[in-house]
Design a protein around this ligand. Structure first.
Ligand code: FES
Length: 184
């Protein structure tokens, strides 16, 4: 019984990959946009999908893996639903980015090696200069930039996201369709 959802998940996963490959006419020259689209869909590049892409484009798997590992933008491990990127470039470091990082890790129970929360809601990453040094220290949460961030403000932002997620979860629960079966 327990294997059923996994089977469905795998089938859905490849269905979406197939449509992405078709969209790019399965051209090897479209490898990078294909990987970008797949990552946009899954938040990371699953290993089995990379192998499938290589076969579908008729290119060596080493080339697909080479591209996937070359660009920092691509992730080979699953990330949380919300990605928090803390700049640790020179300007941000001088302006106390480290206390922000520590406060967020303490809040979410993550570490440098284990950057994603167990519930897969958050991933914390440190990045080099984000190009907004005038706003240092800078944090980006889901592409939204927050400048002159403090540890307190960063933790408050996480609390806001958690509250939104809890609201979404309870709304979904109340919207669950009735399990009753209508007999004709
Ligand atoms: S060092 Fe952080 S934005 Fe430049």
């Amino acid at each position: 019984m327990a294997s059923m959802p996994i089977v469905v998940d795998r089938a859905e996963k490849f269905e979406k990959v197939v449509s992405i490959l078709d969209h790019y006419s399965r051209r090897p020259s479209g490898l990078i946009p294909i990987l970008q689209a797949i990552q946009h869909e899954y938040q990371y590049l699953p290993e089995e999908v990379l192998t499938y892409v290589a076969t579908s484009l008729d290119v060596p798997p080493a080339r697909v893996y080479g591209v996937a590992t070359f660009y920092a933008h691509f992730a080979l491990e699953p990330k949380g639903k919300h990605v928090i990127r803390i700049c640790d470039g020179t300007a941000c470091h001088v302006k106390q980015s480290l206390p922000v990082l520590n406060a967020l890790r303490e809040k979410l129970g993550t570490t440098e090696k284990s950057a994603t929360t167990a519930d897969m809601l958050f991933t914390i990453e440190t990045v080099a200069c984000l190009g907004a040094c005038g706003l240092a220290p800078v944090v980006v949460i889901d592409e939204q930039v927050y400048g002159q961030i403090t540890p307190q403000r960063a933790v408050a932002l996480v609390d806001e996201i958690k509250a939104t997620e809890a609201g979404l979860a309870s709304a979904l629960e109340t919207e669950q369709p009735s399990a009753e079966v209508v007999n004709e």
